[in-house]
Design a protein around this ligand. Structure first.
Ligand code: AMP
Length: 289
C-alpha cells in the first residue's frame, strides 16, 4: 500500500495554503465525501490517485442537503477510521471544515438543480440537490481541482454535478466511477449499517430488480411500462417499500414513457425504497434502446 502522511486541513486558509503549495505540473483530484467510508469511497480515492495526481478528499456532513434533522444527527461519523483509510491509500490531504468555515454566517445564495433534479431523489427529498450542488460548488471553488470523482451509485447526483460544471462553466472534469457492490449484489452504502440481517436480505430486492430488468432489456424488451412494472413487483416481492422504480432517459435524467421512447436513447433503471426505515437507492445502465 502506498503511504503518505495525510494532511488534515480544517479551515479554508489551510486549504488555500496547501493548494498554493501544489506544483502546477501535478494535477489535483478531488473526492467529496460525507465520511463513514467504505469500499465504494475507497475505489474513488484509488481512481483519483491514478497517473500520479495529488488526491484530496473532503469530509463534511452537509446540513444543507438533509431535509430531516434526525437524518443529519443519525448520519454515521467515523472520522479517525476514515482518516486512517485515506492515509493507507495515499490520499494526500483531507479538507474537513466545520460549519462556520464552510458557510460563514449562513448561505443566502444557493445553486438550483433544474429539471434533472425534479424527479426521484429530488422529489423524495425537497432541497436535497440544491444543498448538495451548493456545497460541491464551494468545494470546486476552494480546491480548484482538475478532476472530481463521484460514484455512479448516486447517479442523479453525478448527472447534476456534471450539468453544473457544464452550465456554470467550471473547468473541472467530472469523472463517474462504477458502483461497488457486495458479492451478493447489494450496493455499498454508509446507510447499510442501520440494517438488521433480515433487512439486509430485503435490501437485496433493489439490485435483484435491476438484474431482472437488465436481463429483460438484453432479451429485447423495449416496453417501458413493462420494465417499470417488473422493477416494482420484483422489489415489492422482497419486502421493499418502493419510493420509485423507473426507466429513465439517461441523457436528461427524466422518466421515460412508452410514447416518448426513441431508438438510440440511452436507458438507465433507477430504484429506491425503504427497508427498516432506511432509504436505499440503486441504479443500472441498461444500454441504448
Ligand atoms: P457520500 O459520502 O455518501 O456522500 O458518498 C461520497 C461519494 O462516494 C459519492 O460520489 C458517492 O456516489 C460515492 N459512493 C457511495 N457509495 C458508493 C458505491 N457503492 N460505489 C461507488 N461509489 C460510491
Amino acid at each position: 500500500m502506498p503511504r503518505t502522511s495525510l494532511r488534515l486541513l480544517k479551515t479554508r486558509e489551510e486549504l488555500r495554503a496547501w493548494r498554493a503549495a501544489q506544483s502546477p505540473s501535478r494535477e489535483v483530484h478531488l473526492v467529496p465525501t460525507m465520511g463513514a467510508l467504505h469500499e465504494g469511497h475507497l475505489s474513488l480515492f484509488r481512481q483519483a490517485r491514478r497517473h500520479g495526481a495529488s488526491a484530496i478528499a473532503s469530509l463534511f456532513v452537509n446540513p444543507l442537503q438533509f431535509e430531516r434533522k434526525e437524518d443529519l444527527e443519525n448520519y454515521p461519523r467515523t472520522v479517525e477510521q476514515d482518516c486512517a483509510q485515506m492515509e493507507a491509500i495515499g490520499v494526500e490531504a483531507v479538507y474537513m471544515p466545520d460549519l462556520a468555515d464552510m458557510y460563514g454566517d449562513g448561505c443566502q445564495v444557493t445553486v438550483e438543480a433544474g429539471p434533472g433534479g425534479e424527479h426521484f431523489e429530488g422529489a423524495a427529498r425537497p432541497g436535497h440537490f440544491g444543498g448538495m450542488l451548493t456545497v460541491v460548488h464551494k468545494l470546486f471553488q476552494r480546491v480548484q481541482p482538475k478532476r472530481a470523482f463521484f460514484g455512479e451509485k448516486d447517479a442523479q447526483q453525478l448527472f447534476l454535478v456534471r450539468r453544473m460544471a457544464l452550465d456554470l462553466d467550471f473547468p473541472v472534469e467530472v469523472v463517474g466511477c462504477p458502483i461497488v457492490r457486495e458479492d451478493d449484489g447489494l450496493a455499498l452504502s454508509s446507510r447499510n449499517v442501520h440494517l438488521s440481517p433480515a433487512g439486509r436480505e430485503q435490501a437485496l430486492g433493489l439490485s435483484r430488480a435491476l438484474v431482472a430488468v437488465a436481463n429483460s432489456f438484453e432479451k429485447g424488451s423495449r416496453e417501458v411500462s413493462h420494465l417499470n412494472d417488473l422493477l416494482r413487483t420484483s422489489m415489492e416481492q422482497s419486502g421493499v417499500d418502493v419510493a420509485y422504480a423507473k426507466i429513465i432517459d439517461d441523457a436528461r435524467f427524466l422518466p421515460l414513457e412508452d410514447s416518448g421512447a426513441k431508438a438510440g436513447q440511452a436507458w438507465r433503471a433507477v430504484v429506491a425504497g425503504r427497508v427498516e426505515g432506511v432509504h436505499l437507492l440503486d441504479n443500472r445502465f441498461l444500454g441504448r434502446a
